[in-house]
Design a protein around this ligand. Structure first.
Ligand code: TA6
Length: 297
C-alpha cells in the first residue's frame, strides 16, 4: 500500500531492510520480512505501513500524505511528544501541534532480525533546535517490535539535571475496510468530548462512528477492539504508560479540510491513540525514564 510512493533503494541495510528514497530524496526504511511488510520514515520515526502477508494493512496511510521534513505525515503512527495537541504554552509560542518529535529527524539501528520478526530502535536526543523549543535534556527512543503484530514503546529518558513533565501520544491511524461497518469496544465508561466544549460524557458499551469524533477516554486497562467487519477481523489495541485513550475520526468535513487526506479518507481509518493528555502530564526526574506503549494486533 505504499507502491504509489515510487521509491528507489539507495542502501541495503540487511537481508530484509533497505533505505529507500522518493523523487525528492525523502528517506524511508522499507522492511520485507517473510511474515510481513512494513515501512518507516526517519522523519519522526514514523511507522507508515504494516501489513501481515495475506492480510489487509493494519495501519492507515493517507494516499495524499505529504513527505516533507517540515510537516507531520498524515496517517501511520505519529510520535506526538513532548506535548499532546496544543497547550497554552505551545499556542502562545506558536509551536508545532503535537510537539516536535514527529517533525524531527531520528537515527535508526537494527536491534534484531529473525524468522519471527524484526526489532528496530529509533533515537532522538536533545539538540540546539529542540532546546530552543523545549529547554530540557532528553533521549527519546522508539522501540519497534514487528512480527505478526506491532509493538511500539516510546521511552522518554531525562538526561538533564532538572525534572520535566511531558505529554503526547502514539497517535495510531488504524486501517478499516469501512468505518460505517465497524464498531469499537473496550473503551472506558467516561470520556471528554473535545468537539463539545470538553464536556464529560458517559460512553456507550459499543461505539459506532457516523460523524466527526474527537474524544479522550480515561484509561481502560484492557484491549480496545475495532470490529473491522468488512475485513472479517478484529483489531486490538493494548496501551500502557498512558493516562488516556484518544479516539478520533475527522469524518468527511475534516477529510475535505485536510490537504493531505482524500475527501473519502475518513471511511477507511480510525485513530485509537495511547496518549498522555492530562494537564499534569508525566513527571520524569533526572536519570529516570518513562515508557508509553501500544500493542496493535
Ligand atoms: O488525536 C486527535 C487530535 O488531537 C485531533 O484533535 C486532531 O487535531 C488530530 O489529533 C490530528 O492532528 P494533526 O496535527 O496530526 O492534524
Amino acid at each position: 500500500m505504499i507502491s504509489h510512493l515510487r521509491l528507489n533503494t539507495t542502501k541495503t541495510l540487511s537481508e530484509q531492510i533497505s533505505l529507500q528514497v522518493d523523487s525528492k530524496g525523502f528517506e524511508f526504511i522499507i522492511i520485507n520480512h517473510p511474515k510481513f511488510d512494513a515501512a518507516f520514515t526517519l522523519h519522526g520515526a514514523h511507522l507508515i505501513h504494516f501489513q501481515v502477508k495475506q492480510q489487509a494493512p493494519l495501519i492507515y496511510l493517507s494516499k495524499t500524505a505529504l513527505f516533507d521534513d517540515k510537516k507531520a505525515i498524515r496517517g501511520g503512527v505519529p510520535v506526538c511528544w513532548p506535548w499532546f495537541g496544543n497547550t497554552e504554552e505551545s499556542l502562545s509560542k506558536k509551536l508545532p501541534g503535537h510537539g516536535f518529535a514527529r517533525i524531527s529527524k531520528w537515527e535508526m539501528s537494527i536491534v534484531s532480525e529473525t524468522s519471527e520478526g524484526i526489532d528496530l530502535a529509533f533515537t532522538l536526543s536533545a539538540n540546539e533546535t529542540t532546546k530552543a523549543i523545549w529547554d530540557h535534556d532528553f533521549t527519546l527512543t522508539l522501540k519497534a517490535s514487528l512480527s505478526d503484530h506491532v509493538e511500539l514503546s516510546l521511552i522518554t529518558e531525562n538526561t538533564g539535571t532538572e525534572t520535566f513533565k511531558y505529554g503526547g501520544a502514539l497517535h495510531s491511524y488504524l486501517c478499516v475496510a469501512d468505518i460505517t461497518q465497524s464498531s469499537i469496544e473496550g473503551l472506558a465508561a467516561t470520556y471528554t468530548d473535545s468537539l463539545d466544549s470538553g464536556k464529560q460524557k458517559t460512553a456507550e458499551a459499543v461505539l459506532t462512528v457516523n460523524e466527526p469524533i474527537d474524544t479522550i477516554y480515561s484509561v481502560n486497562n484492557g484491549d480496545v477492539t475495532i470490529n473491522d467487519l468488512q475485513n472479517q477481523r478484529k483489531i486490538t489495541v493494548n496501551n500502557t504508560g498512558n493516562d488516556s485513550v484518544v479516539v478520533w475520526n475527522p469524518w468527511i468535513s475534516g477529510s475535505i479540510a485536510f490537504a493531505d487526506m482524500p475527501d473519502d479518507g475518513y471511511q477507511t481509518m480510525m485513530c485509537i491513540e495511547s496518549a498522555i493528555t492530562s494537564k499534569q502530564g508525566v513527571l520524569v526526574v533526572p536519570g529516570e525514564s518513562h515508557t508509553l506503549k501500544t500493542v496493535i494486533k
